[in-house]
Design a protein around this ligand. Sequence first.
Ligand code: MTE
Ligand code: MOS
Length: 784
Amino acid sequence: MRRDPITGVVGEPLPHDSAHLHVSGSAPYTDDIPEVRGTLHAAIGMSDRAHARIVSVDLEKVSAARGVVAVITAKDVPGKNDYGPVFADDPIFATTLVQYHGQSIFAVAAKTVFDARRAVKLAAIEYEDLDPLLTAEAARDAQSFVLPPERLVRGDPSAAIAAAPHRLSGEVRIGGQEQFYLEGMIAYALPKEDGMMHVYSSTQYPGEVQLQVAHALGVATHKVVVECRRMGGAFGGKESQAGLFACVAVLLAHKTRRPVKLRMDRDDDMRITGKRHDFVTNYDVGFDDLGRILGVRFVLASRCGYSVDLSGAINDRAMLHSDNCYYLENVAIQSYRCKTNTVSNTAFRGFGGPQGMLGIEQVIDDIAIARGLDPLAVRKVNFYGVTERNVTHYHQPLVDNVIHEIVAELERSSDYHARRRSIRDFNATSPYIRRGIALTPVKFGISFTATHLNQAGCLLHVYTDGTVMLNHGGTEMGQGLFVKVAQVVADELALDIDRIRITASDTSKVPNASPTAASSGSDINGKAAQAAARTIKQRLTDFAARHFGVAPEAIVFRANAVQYGPDSIAFEELVKRAYFARVSLSATGYYRTPKIGYDRKTWRGMPFYYFCYGAAVTEAAIDTLTGENRMLRVDILHDVGRSLNPAIDMGQIEGGFIQGVGWLTTEELWWNDKGVLMTHAPSTYKIPVASDVPSAFNAKIFESGGNPEDSIHRSKAVGEPPLMLAISALHAIRDAIASTADYKLSPRLDAPATPESVLRSLEEIAVRREKSRAATISTEAVVE
Ligand code: MTE
Ligand code: MOS
């Protein structure tokens, strides 16, 4: 591969562009932006009922409280009292009805943040309580949905299941997950001339915040500028729901004509914002002696909360990932999008995909136990083929299936088979500590399933000293998007990366940009930036050819310089001459993902441009007396195509995996019977920390020949897929539990596998073991 003697080309493992600022505490986040004189601080008055009619709202004491400058309700919204991203069902301020505990009813601007937070507690709100529906199951049974149920069918699953030599059915409960971005929700609104508004927002989607704010104010979009330099994490939580905080700050700024900052307190942030959807998945499956699935039916029910938000696309993605890596010839997937009186659940890394995949992985494990087979063997007989059995249940052919190679390599490098045997030996003589191992694969589709979002724009300036300003529609949330896109530009123009200035996402520079989500940030913004750089390069090439009297083919950009035939000129010198010759040194770039598109009604087509693959082996130990569990060793092999930046990609692989382990083992969301979220702080909600990382953690990037599709430099997206590698941790724990019943019964293990959940599972399996033993004894008695 060509390598210029410059720093920062594509494929170089550069550190994150802000790493030196992150570690020294000097990377400014929204709250660190120097406050403009007169800045007020806001707080939101939240509902303390899950479902109630609002009878009256008395805010007299709030207004009179120390430091309070303004109090607003729905009556103070000049435009539309709504920030719903897809449907208009998310009021900025509830008026007559509250639908979840924590819902916004009014807001306050005060001199200090503590004045504001104290004041909102003084409201006297009279409610008339209504019965709350709190769980997905309760809502499913009551037919309470945010969107109509969906059904995807291929083949004839009922006939296939009925005719199969073996059948089983089961259920798995999959918990939700709080995004727990380290920087909470925040917006800082600055009123500008002539009714304009400048908003600093911690958002993955500045373009949508701009629209939400414009609608709330009832003004044209061009009156609002939204800017975000970086987020301290987002994980999907800031894709649609940052809008509420921006709207509240802006409405208070509009009312007071002063700058207003709204920074959420952690506990309030956790109560008021949506999380990963928890699912209840039921299945029944028919299979043959080898464990090959002949027909399968899934019924998915997810807790969407009180409004639609992104639940349509999230549940669609769960349906589209119910196959994971397996060919399902006869399949039916029924999806219920349950409306509950809880916070509106939203995007979280994987976007429904992980929940969909967990269902089929449990099916595979159950089949393995029923047939007395190694789950890995059952996985393999069900894998998609490469040239046959390679069409997904939504009729998209897999053209890039590398799961066989990945699993074969990982099986070897992790020593899976020998370790599985020695774990069984260990368990045979270990009374209390049990070990388990599991290898699980991942296939994840890349592209927004809302096809129109698969587009991106870039703005590139070259200054006369030869330095470059790069701006694109993507946002930086720690994932390293900005440095990757800068590497694409450095590579294109053959410039050292420190000549490229990375700048904040800004709706006035790149308009109508899509959210940075669906892992597609570097794919689409990288291509848009490449297009802009190529435009500039073409202009400079044409100019140099004219200027030096050589053919354009003789012009080569190399190592901060431009060669023309045998001679060369410094890049900045050429740029200067181009400027004097009146050549434009600024360009936009645009990209739309080719090929994709599908019919949502028939569930047919090509929702994804390509797929990412990976696999993980986790070995875990459980304490059967306490239910405590931990990972002992993890091996990962993950496909990122030809990496734009292996250091950044490795960070995503390791971080994504550990975040997934948190979802499936320690992070438990718990609402009481009044619909109050009781786990709203790190004291009661446990995210993984450094000590939860296994001491043997071998993550490796798969040596890929590159993305077969024409993605940016043949790389693959990496943001979300590694999270789903964590399913191996849950299955390793299941394997350890299964050892207590001689691997003859399939444990019922609800995620997250907290100590309580593991103990429940152990007790449940012990009861079944006793029953089956009693049954055997009585059969023996009859035989005698
Ligand atoms: N990594 C960090 N450090 N912080 C984040 O908030 N979000 C994840 C993933 N990795 C996230 C992250 C999610 S949900 C997505 S969709 C992708 O990053 C988005 O960025 P990308 O498209 O540039 O990969
Ligand atoms: Mo990621 S859940 O697509 O923001």
